[in-house]
Design a protein around this ligand. Structure first.
Ligand code: CTP
Length: 161
């Protein structure tokens, strides 16, 4: 890593490298808090979590970064991130080294993450039924409720459970 930026200014590290854990990089600008929601990380977490929002990125214009220390996130956990951040990369860090780098890829079905937008859907009643969304297309994302077949494509972040 060079010590100066493009115009020769000192290159500033906003968040220091982590020793162990997971770095989710290349999140579309402004989506970091939704990524935390999908991962089930809330204000009561014990984990050390760093969030960087709206930093310059060559590929994305602006990007967000989330670093979760001392936790290696599983593929099933992180793949759901593709719902709102399809360009995200997952970096597993051990002893300061990136030992694994992968892209996110939506599974065929998403359970308990996104609410159906049909208020009369059985998954929105007091029945103990978890939402089940089939992934019909990945780019752009098109979900379809397994129970009532209601599609969901826009504003998926608004329907995160
Ligand atoms: N990172 C970190 N702690 C480390 C190593 C890496 O927080 N000990 C972060 C980096 O800051 C970066 C991400 O993990 O946000 C990926 O690191 P690296 O592969 O070294 O960076 P790039 O080559 O820029 O990644 P890419 O090619 O995916 O853009």
């Amino acid at each position: 890593m060079s010590e100066t930026g493009q115009r020769g200014e000192p290159r500033e590290l906003r968040v220091k490298p982590i020793r162990n854990g997971t770095v989710i990089d290349h999140i579309a600008g402004g989506q970091a808090l939704n990524v935390l929601k999908i991962l089930g990380i809330s204000g009561t977490t014990d984990a050390t979590v760093s969030v960087v929002m709206n930093v310059e990125s060559g590929k994305l214009g602006k990007k967000d970064i989330v670093k979760v220390e001392d936790r290696e996130l599983l593929e099933e956990e992180v793949n759901r991130i593709a719902l709102i951040a399809p360009a995200a990369t997952i970096n597993i860090i051990r002893d300061y080294e990136v030992i694994e780098k992968r892209c996110v890829d939506l599974p065929e079905e998403i359970v308990g993450v996104v609410r159906c937008q049909n208020p009369s859907c059985i998954s929105n009643t007091s029945e103990p039924i978890r939402s089940r969304m089939l992934v019909k297309a990945k780019n752009p994302v098109l979900l379809r409720c397994l129970y009532c077949e209601q599609p969901l494509t826009d504003k998926i972040a608004d329907y995160l459970i």
